[in-house]
Write a protein that binds this ligand. Structure first.
Ligand code: ZN
Length: 203
């Protein structure tokens, strides 16, 4: 499986990092070794002093898709979960300044904690899902999919023009505003609507 992630998909988050709102989705990938499951702790790596949390809605792909048309895009994911797109912001900043790829900042081991997944049918309106992240009991990120610049189906259409989607692939759909540093000892809790799906520690 592979993880395809979308950068700058919420305008307020693009703004907080002084990035322009993009005319097309910004896409990057994480390898399968980035996955961290079952609320296992995240061990803070030594190579960064500024690991940021980015809470995101994650789609699970349920069948192979290539050049998917808008009409059928909704058939390609059947489960929805939560993920954290851990980002070594110090490394990313250096690479951005030099115009270099972000891989080392985004794709390191366990940089993609994911929750269990919920059936897509359990959501009444995919364009109105609220989600959030708290750290040590304090809410730090709050988002709603109504604010997505590129909604789920647009992402499926766009990505599948370039990259074949396969069953089991994950799409990280972008983070709302409020990203920030995590520290050893922090407890991260992630919610979709009022359901807690993520609960793990930084060690
Ligand atoms: Zn992200």
């Amino acid at each position: 499986m592979k993880i395809i992630a979308v950068g700058r998909n919420y305008a307020e988050h693009a703004k907080e990092l002084n990035n322009p709102v993009p005319p097309a989705p910004v896409i990057f990938m994480k390898p399968d070794t980035a996955v961290l499951k079952d609320n296992n702790p995240f061990y803070h790596p030594d190579f960064s002093q500024d690991i940021h949390h980015e809470i995101e809605i994650v789609l699970k792909i349920c069948k192979e898709g290539k050049h998917v048309s808008p009409k059928f895009a909704g058939n390609y994911f059947d489960e929805i979960g939560l993920g954290v797109d851990f980002t070594a912001r110090d490394i990313q900043q250096k690479h951005k300044e030099k115009g270099l790829p972000w891989e080392l900042a985004k794709s390191f081991d366990h940089s993609a904690p994911i929750s269990r997944f919920l059936p897509r049918d359990s959501f009444a309106d995919l364009n109105n899902i609220s989600f959030g992240l708290s750290i040590n009991g304090k809410n730090v990120q709050q988002g709603n999919t109504k604010d997505l610049l590129f909604p789920f189906e647009n992402l499926i259409v766009f990505i599948s023009q370039y990259i074949t989607l396969k069953k089991g692939d994950l799409i990280f759909t972008g983070t709302p505003q409020g990203v920030g540093k995590v520290n050893i000892g922090d407890r991260l809790e992630g919610y979709i609507e009022n359901e807690k799906l993520l609960d793990f520690e930084i060690k």
